[in-house]
Design a protein around this ligand. Structure first.
Ligand code: FAD
Length: 405
């Protein structure tokens, strides 16, 4: 039986970040992950990884604070300075650019494996105790906090356990925290494509009758241009698109994207993810606290999922470290309540906005179409509103902790 200050279950991007943030403040932190926590050796010439994230400025500040940003930017990351969103069934279009921002970019598109690997490199030289290739099977309350039982029979105990074990979080379920769920009834097809035209560092998204289609810019290599795509469609449509030959897929994709990237020259393996919204009704219970996808999963259309998770990390670390430095019990309910208050409202609003977008663009009603086309065109003509949206999307206008400002 080993005792530690905080045990984090799940060493994805969110769990690994929290482990580093807490260890930096001197807390004895353990990280349990069912896969390996050994950093790999990625190279610029590796094939593209299918999953990418559009990182906001606030997330970049956190990764920088944790020492991981240098590793990411030195690997493969593509800044985007513009964003275009348009209605594929109408005339509305809105464009954003980074001109009004001090940081010059709207954000960066980075492969998830690159982000996680940079975090694992920092973990390797930290004080975090890593228990990898271990699934957490059980959780129980103990006299001093919570205990988890690992696959190999080891028992780890700590005053506070953190569930960072993803959307299907076993720890959330074992601790009895209920979650509201809603099936978006869409599947996301995800892959990397080579395009005939350069993307000019623009992230683009078209809302089609069938669902949103996003082209996210990746670094060009040897004069060849690449984008990561996320194409959300009904499951039956996903079956059809998935079954297309590569050539037919490329042609259909180019058409759906109105040839704005020119011809699609090549496509990598396609992956498919059912999309579900899930939101825990509370963020802590009986010494278990939730972060990242364990607390909330959201439609990828605005690329907010892991960014919300990173801000959970920043705020939870802020509250725990402040409580510990005051000599308070960092695991006390009132400390965790403060974390919940600072995050749950913001996360709920972001989710409601995504659902609203999905409904607005999924509607075939002529009146609603008119409203959304007029709304997009009007927004495009109002720099003040556009700046507000860009500011909001950067994550910096939220209640972010002092150490990230
Ligand atoms: C198609 C698609 C596109 C997306 N695009 C974006 C985007 O552009 N921008 C963005 O911000 N977000 C995006 N997201 C969301 C983003 O990918 C997730 O929010 C993010 O990966 C969640 O990270 P996490 O660390 O919380 O969870 P996960 O990545 O799910 O990590 C959980 C970890 O816990 C481990 N684990 C699970 N169970 C156990 C157990 N019992 N014991 C031990 N370990 C366990 C797993 O192995 C895993 O490593 C997208 C999502 C999808 C589906």
């Amino acid at each position: 039986m080993q005792t530690i200050d905080v045990i984090i279950v799940g060493g994805g991007m969110v769990g690994a970040s929290l482990a580093l943030a807490l260890a930096r403040s001197g807390m004895q932190t353990a990280l349990v992950e069912q896969q390996t926590l050994q950093p790999g050796s990625l190279s610029m010439n590796d094939p593209w990884q299918p999953r990418v994230s559009a990182l906001t400025e606030a997330s970049i500040k956190l990764l920088n604070y944790l020492g991981a940003w240098e590793g990411i930017i030195g690997q493969r990351a593509c800044a985007y300075t513009h964003m275009t969103v348009w209605d594929g069934e109408g005339t509305g279009q809105v464009e954003f650019d980074a001109k009004s921002l001090p940081q010059k970019n709207l954000g960066y598109i980075v492969e998830n494996d690159v982000i996680r690997n940079a975090l694992l490199q920092q973990l390797a030289s930290s004080t975090v105790q890593c228990f990898d290739q271990q699934t957490t099977l059980e959780y129980k309350l103990s006299g001093q906090g919570g205990e988890i039982v690992l696959e190999n029979g080891d028992v780890l105990g700590a005053p506070l356990l953190v569930a960072a074990d993803g959307g299907e979080s076993r720890l959330r379920q074992l601790s009895g925290i209920p979650a509201n769920q809603m099936d978006y009834k869409h599947h996301a097809l995800v892959t990397t494509v080579e395009t005939a035209l350069f993307h000019h560092h623009t992230a683009r998204q078209v809302f089609l009758d069938s669902g949103p289609l996003a082209f996210l810019p990746l670094q060009s290599q040897g004069g060849r241009h690449y984008c990561s795509i996320v194409w959300s469609v009904l499951p039956a449509e996903a079956d059809r698109i998935e079954a297309l030959s590569d050539d037919a897929f490329c042609q259909e994709l180019a058409r759906a994207f109105e040839h704005r990237a020119g011809n699609i020259l090549k496509v990598d393996q396609r992956f498919r993810y059912p999309l579900r919204q899930r939101h825990a009704r509370q963020y802590h219970r009986q010494r278990v606290v939730l972060v990242g996808d364990a607390a909330h999963t959201i439609h990828p259309l605005a690329g907010q999922g892991v960014n919300l998770g990173f801000m959970d990390v920043a705020v939870l670390a802020d509250e725990l470290i402040k409580a510990a430095s005051r000599g308070d019990d960092y695991f006390a309910a009132h400390v965790l309540d403060r974390y919940q208050r600072r995050r749950i409202g913001h996360n709920s609003l972001t989710m409601a906005a995504m659902t609203g977008f999905q409904n607005l663009f999924g509607a075939n009603d002529l009146g609603i179409r008119w409203i959304r086309n007029t709304g997009l065109s009007l927004t495009n003509r109002l720099p003040f509103i556009k700046n507000m949206i860009v500011d909001q999307a950067s994550g910096l206008s939220k209640d972010i902790p002092g150490f990230l400002q």
